[in-house]
Write a protein that binds this ligand. Sequence first.
Ligand SMILES: C[S@@+](CC[C@H](N)C(=O)[O-])C[C@H]1O[C@@H](n2cnc3c(N)ncnc32)[C@H](O)[C@@H]1O
Ligand SMILES: *[C@@H]1O[C@H](CO)[C@@H](O)[C@H](O)[C@H]1NC(C)=O
Ligand SMILES: *[C@@H]1O[C@H](CO)[C@@H](O)[C@H](O)[C@H]1NC(C)=O
Length: 627
Amino acid sequence: MTNLFESLFKDRKSPVIFTLFTLLICVMTLFVANTSTFTTSDPISFYPDDIKVQLPLEHDALPVLPDSKDQQEHRAPPVLPDSKDQQEPPKDHQELPHEGLLHWEKAFDNNVSVDLNMNWKLCKGAVMVDYMPCLDNLKAIKALKSRRHMEHRERHCPKSVPRCLLPLPKGYKVKVAWPKSRDMIWYDNVPHPKLVEYKKEQNWVVKTGEYLVFPGGGTQFKEGVNHYINFIEKTLPAIQWGKNIRVVLDAGCGVASFGGYLLDKNVITMSFAPKDEHEAQIQFALERGIPATLSVIGTQKLTFPDNGFDLIHCARCRVHWDADGGKPLYELNRILRPGGYFAWSATPVYRNDERDQKVWNAMVTVTTNMCWTVVAKTFDSSGIGLVIYQKPTSSSCYEKRKKNNPPICKNNERNQISWYTRLSSCLIPLPMDDAARWPVSWPNRLTSIPPSLSSEVDAGNKFDKDSKHWSRIVTDIYMEAPINWSTVRNVMDMNAGYGGFAAALIDRPVWVMNVVPIDMPDTLTVIFDRGLIGTYHDWCESLSTYPRTYDLIHSSFLFKNLDKRCDIVDVVVEIDRILRPDGYLLVQDSMEGIRKLGSILNTLHWSVTSYQNQFLVGRKSFWRPKP
Ligand SMILES: C[S@@+](CC[C@H](N)C(=O)[O-])C[C@H]1O[C@@H](n2cnc3c(N)ncnc32)[C@H](O)[C@@H]1O
Ligand SMILES: *[C@@H]1O[C@H](CO)[C@@H](O)[C@H](O)[C@H]1NC(C)=O
Ligand SMILES: *[C@@H]1O[C@H](CO)[C@@H](O)[C@H](O)[C@H]1NC(C)=O
């Protein structure tokens, strides 16, 4: 064969055959080039380039964003569309009506194209109302050899989750709407009375008639949480809420009033605590419409990226920071941005008994070894003490240490994402000089090129294109979809990429949990750099959240990948678990994926509509199988 080619090319004996061959090769090359866009997974594109969406508006007709002037300063020059963009849209895409209103079709009714012999059952047993498969695995918890490091509060996912639907609490109703929900929620939706009694003195939560009311109290918020938030800013003027400090982590958050009130200052807080004797604290937080997740400082790394948070807060959060030679503090150092702050308000800071003194001394040793500096230490009018540490921005202090302890992390320790990885005792490297860049001030931070974006030549352009892509999808398609956006508060993006979907929703009264699936490119640091929050997760497992905690779940080209690793029906069961009744699932996927999903949702009595065979909106109902 090769010889034949060679002779043809060399001698050009038969011009006709030669021309035909050349033509054939051209056609083949074109074909390969075309199909390769379907199969190669470009690490920076999160949606296949070949899937073109027809948008109802011309590009110039797009509404101008309020801060367009600032945006232009930071943005790269407009990107010329590359040739791929000029492809014809796939044939089966219907023409759009010109009125601007998109035509969403009621779909998949009685059209179970996939062989689904679904006979849904209600999960049995009273505890199933609040069931979290990976946190309520009692068998695995019983078998644990130790609980000293909170192993029993960590994730222990069962091999298989029962394919049943969770019952609703008795008297469950449509939630109280945001912003009223920050202060009061229906007791019947989260009927857990223990904290009302247990934290009575600290004013965490009060039961008033049919409601649970949150007066903004807490262990350390004697004069209310707003007073406490202002106290921190006064203590250290370098902390400017909602300007340089945008992304906060509240460890051991209680009912998340700290994060809930920081929202007023344009700060987004990831509040977390374990499922423990502080009954339903995270469930309360999410029912209030405050970003929160179940997690614990135990034996494993938190599911957040390196260098993500501007500030970490702990008010009597009961973590033994100095335990195991300081491993929990090294973990904070990992997820804290260079130059970021750790605000610690706990008795060792301001009490002098022997035990507190011992803890304080241990803290001094560990923080000094990590080159953290104390930038403030003070008391407020109620006698609460607070210390604020700062992480260095360069490695110069690391070099000067007498002992290389803790050591700088090796590359192999850094290259794996923090998903079921054990706590380590090393410091992630910092730049040699003072080069670690802090993101620009909020809100410009959202649209500026993130400091951690890949240094590839084209990365900035791709990032800008991605932002434009999402802003158009959200304005032109999602806002026209059969979704009552005024009922939406807690949003989950299952496959967040650069966080473009969340960024496009920034002017709405919603918050978005940006999930970066563990088998996708790791873009979580970019998301944090933009001033958004998120977490790693494997969608073949159950999420660490209570049932009925999200109002809208979004997914973009996720299911096709997932399909290879686990059964989509199980993923749908998990979505049904975490979505509130009346909540929405909003999906863009391949036609095949949309069909399959729509058929499954139909068996769950959801109402399903689709658009252009590539978008789907499913609305969960209050329907449950008969017990
Ligand atoms: C005394 S409360 C303080 C709550 C809140 N920070 C405040 O000041 O009102 C202690 C909190 O720490 C949480 N907690 C206990 N152990 C923890 C751990 N290992 N990791 C994270 N949070 C923990 C508890 O669940 C609870 O939310
Ligand atoms: C029903 O399923 C068939 C087979 O997959 C498909 O061709 C048809 O378009 C579907 N109809 C609707 C309304 O979804
Ligand atoms: C959207 O939801 C709000 C709040 O529940 C409700 O008052 C309103 O009537 C709904 N709008 C539509 C069009 O259903």
